[in-house]
Design a protein around this ligand. Structure first.
Ligand code: MG
Length: 339
């Protein structure tokens, strides 16, 4: 008799598109383990990521707005969940592997530093200032995401999930290469496109919440009148243009408009945020100071070593842990007269 996993694998073979990654065709793990009786390899990877400590730390990491006092601003965790939700919808519509999609989505941002991109730039700069001939030469959050799942948490994930996590970030580059660039699986391409749908929409929404923008600018009103309608239209466009094709893409008018929205957000939100939030340089100072502190001998906790250890330790911190470590290390405690 078939166990539940074998039944799911059989259903995948019958139900999924010819372009989907099937669990039975996975290239496998670095260290082979006995298959689970209930879950396919991709379902298992999703669970491994969800149960990891790095995943839980996302709740206190910045998305765009640093350690926001307002409860409704996105954090790295809520961003990740929004990406996973959008990506699963697209995957299911295209009959791709929803479990693989979800695993990549949940792991795609675990390598982010405290304080968002400001923290990432600071850490990269600090590593370059140190210019160690044998240590790391810079910092990239997508490479760090891979280091976390492969080495630091040693999750022993499948090749497909690791490839999807390692190749997701494009920064400010043109969004058109989301489908032009070689992707490991269509599920990885779905996560990439969903990451963009999620952040363009929630950053617009959060920028209005933060009074950086007063409303959705006129040229972007045609995306929809509400947050939900805007996401829905973008998702529909991606699904319509990718159905039964070996690539994931938007229509060219949609892609053009999304690129305009992205440029608009860079100019009016991300690049202007430091003028509104003066403490951003303090946050960067905290990251650098912590990194240089932990580069010194015997400062790192057990399990971390050398300059790479300092990078791993500082990059793994949440905003609030970085701040409290900085206070503990650099701000004197009040003198209490011993009794
Ligand atoms: Mg992301």
């Amino acid at each position: 008799m078939m166990n539940p996993r074998e039944r799911i694998e059989k259903e995948e073979a019958e139900r999924l598109s010819q372009f989907a990654a099937k669990a039975t065709e996975s290239q496998g793990r670095v260290s082979e383990t006995a298959p689970d009786p209930i879950r396919t390899c991709f379902m298992r990877d999703r669970d491994r990521i969800l149960h990891s400590k790095s995943f839980r730390r996302l709740k206190h990491k910045t998305q765009v707005f640093i350690d926001p006092a307002g409860d409704h601003f996105r954090t790295r965790l809520t961003h990740t969940l929004e990406v996973a939700q959008i990506a699963r919808t697209i995957s299911r519509a295209l009959r791709l592997n929803e479990d693989l999609t979800e695993a990549i989505a949940l792991g795609h941002d675990v390598g982010h530093t405290p304080f968002g991109h400001a923290g990432e730039f600071a850490l990269d700069e600090a590593i370059k200032e140190l210019a160690s001939p044998t240590g790391p030469q810079g910092f990239s959050h997508s490479e760090q995401s891979l280091r976390i799942v492969e080495i630091l948490e040693n999750l022993n994930l499948t090749h497909e999930v690791r490839a999807g996590i390692g190749g997701h970030s494009k920064g400010r580059k043109d969004l058109s290469d989301v489908d032009g660039e070689a992707v490991s699986t269509l599920e990885a391409a779905v996560v990439r496109i969903s990451d963009r749908i999620a952040y363009l929409n929630h950053d617009l929404d959060d920028a209005i919440r933060a009074n950086i923008l007063s409303d959705v600018p006129l040229p972007f009103r045609h995306f929809g009148t509400t947050h939900s309608e805007r996401i829905g239209n973008m998702v529909n466009n991606a699904v319509e243009n990718s159905m039964d094709r070996p690539s994931i893409s938007f229509s060219s008018p949609m892609l053009k408009d999304l690129n305009l929205l992205k440029e608009f957000l860079f100019e009016n939100v991300y690049d202007r945020y430091p003028d509104k939030y003066r403490d951003i340089s303090k946050a960067q100072g905290v990251v650098k100071e912590l990194f240089f502190h932990y580069c010194q001998p015997h400062h790192l906790p057990d399990g971390f070593d050398g300059i790479q250890g300092a990078v791993d330790y500082v990059a793994g911190m949440t905003d609030r842990f970085a701040t409290s470590e900085f206070v503990r290390l650099r701000v004197p405690e009040a003198w209490n007269t011993p009794r």
